[in-house]
Ligand binder design. Structure first.
Ligand code: PRX
Length: 662
């Protein structure tokens, strides 16, 4: 067990919500929470149906709430019709919020622009018309490879408006990763930008699209729309490539939304699993939208006067649910930022909160940890030097938060007055699942506390039986919920096997995380992944993906990748590599390490570059040829090998693998 988890389990500090917060909260007090949970227990479908009627505008009301006939391919609200973009834009304009600011955008260089709901609706409609004029139809897949921008949100909303299924690919992924996603999704169009700006540098984006298409397998692509972000040089494929400003020119500012079935796939989002191939997680329109709205209210207590800021990129699920859909569907004013938390300096977040009077702030533990470090070195950038009095609520997501970082966030950023929602969820869950509610739950640093009402989270053993509180086990969800993953695009069999395994009886959703509940409070603490998935700076990476990238290098014969704890990134990537030639040492080893790191950066993206590479003549294997990853993990952490290595084919190589290339 890692020291972080142990320290969470022994954590005794308890932070109840203030009476003041509680008094105004959407869910106020533990009794109210328990009543909602009891309601969901008593009439599960009725509970969700009522929320769906209250929170979503249906063009055609649903009469069926949950259809389990094709389990585990569950359907929610399946005979209802709606449009997600209507629910995020028209609904608010019709309710009189047309002149309210929807998005405050701050660019990498600090320039600020604002868009009202009325303007956003017009721009989304105009871009939706442009997509239609290019022949994009309901059900077509559109890949979005854009930097953080108002245009990114517009592109997603425009797809939703015409019933096209978007698949956003994070701008940090390489041409190879992009190609794989375009090919798997069978996308007809890519929306990109000439360049992206990060940390004061302009970095090309469009060339990666050209390269991806050049790699082959992208025959379904008819057009590439290019948003001119910087005006940097781009190559142009006549007939295929089109400028954003040209395709929208002359398009009407109104576009009737395409009313789709609740189950219509709103988007695919590729994420890593335990094989080398990323999974295209398919989300619905109705159930997904419902959960994004309900959790904005429950977890973020969103109010008309709030200025809400979620720092996630639209390339990840957090940027989908808590940037593009949830806040807009609630008529909120939100901040969207381009760039990095450390440019122009490590005061960027705090200055932005001060300047835009942010009241609800949602970010990742890795960002907090890096800013703690930098504030230590540059006291003038400490959050205490800024006016953060507008903040009333904080949230974290993506990885476990260590109690020290939690306390710093609480005190230095939240002025010891803001509740912190440590939200546990996944790409597959669509929205928050286990999280403190700000007007309800006394928080404990490092624990995501209790499931939301209607979310039947539990911890079971390898046979699917409940384990006692206090004992670790597999985190599962016992009942389907509206925003759950519907399938893996093109691979329903993998969906069933990954998430509803027969070993657990085939009916429990297996999250892939280990967890333990506090023996007294029942609070959940997440102990990390139980599969070969790493969490590096809150980004999910499959060890097999990195291994496949490494073995594709002409010098590499074999590779095994594991994670090791890292004080800022959470986890670091350690690769053990066997070359097709003699084990390198000295400068030669350094040179090959550089080559391999660049290679992985090119194959997957810079986030997947191994932090450390170790060379051996072989990998530690059992006599049956299985790589002993547990041993490799222990070596990576620098732990003494106390395990029995007598079954190893080749114990001598452990010494070689203990040496990192410095
Ligand atoms: O291991 C859990 C971790 O992130 C995984 C999901 O990653 P992804 O699909 O990329 O979604 C991240 C954003 C929702 C989970 O299986 N994780 C996420 N949130 C937390 C967490 N681990 C601990 N605490 C959290 N709050």
């Amino acid at each position: 067990m890692s020291t972080t988890i142990e320290s969470v389990l022994h954590e005794t500090r308890l932070f109840p919500p203030s009476e003041e917060f509680k008094a105004q909260a959407a869910i106020s007090g533990m009794e109210a929470y328990k009543a909602l949970c009891a309601k969901a227990e008593a009439d599960y479908e009725g509970f969700w149906a009522e929320l769906a009627r209250e929170n979503v505008v249906w063009q055609q009301p649903f009469t069926v709430t949950l259809d389990e006939s094709g389990a585990p391919f569950y359907k929610w609200f399946s005979d209802g019709k709606l449009n997600a973009s209507y629910n995020c834009l028209d609904k608010n304009v019709e309710a009189g919020l047309g002149d309210k600011t929807a998005i405050i955008f701050e660019a990498d260089g600090g320039e600020v622009s604002k868009v009202t709901y009325k303007e956003l609706l017009a721009r989304v409609s105009q871009f939706a018309n442009a997509l239609k004029s290019l022949g994009v139809q309901k059900g077509d897949r559109v890949v979005i490879y854009l930097p953080m921008s108002v245009e990114g949100v517009i592109a997603m909303q425009a797809c939703a408006r015409i019933g096209a299924t978007h698949s956003v690919v994070f701008g940090g992924f390489s041409a190879h990763a992009l190609r794989d996603r375009i090919e798997d999704a069978g996308a007809v169009l890519v929306i990109t930008a000439d360049e992206q700006c990060r940390g004061g540098r302009n970095m090309p984006l469009k060339p990666a699209v050209d390269e991806a298409i050049g790699l082959g397998g992208c025959g379904s692509i008819r057009n590439v729309i290019v948003f001119k972000r910087t005006g940097g040089p781009v190559e142009w494929a006549e007939g295929r490539d089109l400028w954003w400003h040209d395709v929208v020119a002359g398009q009407p500012l109104e576009c009737e939304p395409e009313w789709v079935d609740a189950e219509h796939p709103l988007f695919l989002l590729y994420t890593s699993g335990s094989t080398g191939k990323p999974k295209g997680v398919q989300h619905s329109t109705g159930g997904y939208l419902l959960h994004s709205i309900v959790t904005m209210k429950w977890t973020f207590d969103i109010k008309p006067t709030d200025v809400y800021w979620c720092t996630a990129d639209i390339g990840w699920i957090t940027g989908h649910t808590y940037v593009t859909y949830g806040p807009l569907a609630c008529g909120a004013t939100e901040v969207v930022f381009e760039g990095v938390p450390t440019y122009p300096d490590a005061g960027r977040f705090w200055r932005m909160i001060q300047d835009h009077k942010v009241s609800v702030f949602y970010t990742a533990p890795t960002a907090i940890r890096s800013l703690i470090k930098l504030a230590g070195a540059h006291p003038e950038l400490h959050p205490g030097k800024f006016d953060l009095s507008s903040l009333r609520l904080l949230g974290t997501v993506g990885e476990p938060i260590n109690p020290e970082a939690w306390m710093w966030f609480h005190e230095a950023v939240g002025g010891s007055r803001c509740p912190i929602a440590d939200t546990w969820w996944q790409t597959e869950t669509g929205g928050h699942m286990i999280t403190p509610l700000p007007g309800v739950t006394p928080t404990v640093p490092g624990s995501c506390t209790l499931p939301l009402p209607g979310i039947m989270a539990a911890i079971v053993d390898e046979t699917g039986h409940d384990v006692e509180w206090g004992k670790g086990g597999l985190l599962v969800v016992k009942k389907p919920w509206p925003s759950m993953i519907r399938t893996i695009w093109n691979d329903p069999d993998r969906f069933r096997k990954s998430y509803f395994p027969e070993d657990l009886g085939g009916k429990l959703y297996l999250a892939g995380d280990g967890s333990v509940r506090d023996p007294e409070t029942g609070y959940f603490t997440i102990m990390g992944r139980i599969d070969d998935v790493l969490n590096v700076s809150g980004h999910r990476l499959g060890t097999m993906e990195i291994e496949s990238a490494l073995v594709a290098h002409p010098l590499v014969a074999e590779a095994a990748v594991v994670g090791k704890p890292h004080d800022v990134k959470g986890e670091a990537v350690v690769a053990y590599v066997v070359l097709k030639r003699a084990r390198p040492t000295g400068d030669e080893a350094k040179e090959i390490v550089k080559q391999l790191r660049d290679w992985v950066g090119h194959e997957i993206g810079p986030i997947a570059k191994p932090d450390e590479i170790r060379f051996g003549d072989n990998l530690p294997k059992t006599r049956s040829g299985k790589i002993m990853r547990r041993l490799l993990r222990a070596l990576a952490k620098g732990e003494e090998i106390t395990q029995d290595v007598s079954t190893l084919e080749n114990p001598a190589i452990l010494d070689q693998l203990n040496e990192a290339v410095k």
